[in-house]
Design a protein around this ligand. Structure first.
Ligand code: ADP
Ligand code: MG
Length: 248
């Protein structure tokens, strides 16, 4: 069974379509890049699949079920600017949010939940910052906290929206290693990404999108000069570098 099935998805803002007629069948155990120019609808695609936006048409199934029945199995890290970094909350409590899906209706975190939170923080090398206010962290540290929250949620599907933006080299490596680790555990990881430089290194598969789906397949098949030109449609700076990027 496919992990994610998207049929004919169209999502509009103020009646203007941002993505149109998207069809995707995604199976488990891979890291998939979502690539396209600014405003191409990459974030909208993630939010659409997550059921966070009303859609004009389409059908989404996660593990063969409606999103409301599978929500706990998906963990989502939005683009960083969408979070209120001045909110007074410490690192441990942000990561504990990842456990809420596992708690009973009126439940408090138990020792096991705290242990899982600590383990997740350890994994991203942020355990010693557990009581720090999140606003006092660097961009890379903030991103690692959100990774820890995702890990604590123990999901089957991970949606990361531009996780590499504004992070230091250490965080970039940590994100890359975690993606690989999760994949080896059979999880599915979808990553919005706009820097074409590392595409071949990072992603097993690629979704190329610019309002409509331009291509979807194994990175080595899809990441071609022709497909990139089609996706970025005549943006010269990109075109000039394309041959170099795909090694052709
Ligand atoms: P990407 O993530 O690829 O940069 P988005 O999915 O954020 O693109 O946006 C796709 C299009 O939808 C853009 O033209 C953007 O301006 C528009 N858009 C995104 N969010 C909103 C919103 N909340 N209200 C109105 N238009 C939006
Ligand atoms: Mg975006």
């Amino acid at each position: 069974m496919n992990v994610i099935s998207v049929k004919n998805l169209t999502v509009s803002y103020h009646k203007k379509p941002a993505i149109k007629g998207i069809n995707l069948e995604i199976d488990s155990g891979s890291v998939i890049g979502i690539v396209g120019p600014n405003g191409a609808g990459k974030s909208t695609l993630l939010k659409g699949i997550l059921g966070l936006l009303p859609f004009d048409s389409g059908e989404i199934k996660i593990f063969g079920k409606d999103i409301d029945k599978s929500r706990k199995r998906i963990s989502y890290i939005p683009q960083r600017e969408q979070f209120d970094w001045d909110f007074p909350i410490n690192v441990h409590d942000v990561v504990m949010m990842g456990r809420y899906a596992h708690l009973p209706m009126i439940g408090f975190p138990k020792a096991k939940d705290r242990e899982i939170v600590d383990q997740a923080l350890q994994k991203v090398e942020m355990l010693k910052y557990a009581s720090r206010q999140i606003r006092n962290l660097s961009g890379g540290q903030q991103q690692r906290i959100f990774l820890a929250r995702s890990l604590a949620q123990e999901s089957d599907i991970y949606f990361l929206d531009e996780p590499f933006v504004g992070v230091d080299a250490k965080t970039e490596k940590a994100i890359f290693n975690l993606m690989k680790e999760l994949k080896d555990e059979g999880k599915t990881i979808l990553v919005v990404h706009h820097d074409l430089g590392k595409v071949l290194e990072y992603f097993d598969k690629l979704i190329l999108i610019n309002q409509t789906l331009i291509a979807y397949g194994n990175t080595k098949d899809v990441f071609t000069a022709e497909m990139i030109n089609k996706t970025y449609g005549g943006r010269l700076t990109i075109l000039q570098r394309t041959e170099e990027l795909v090694g052709q």
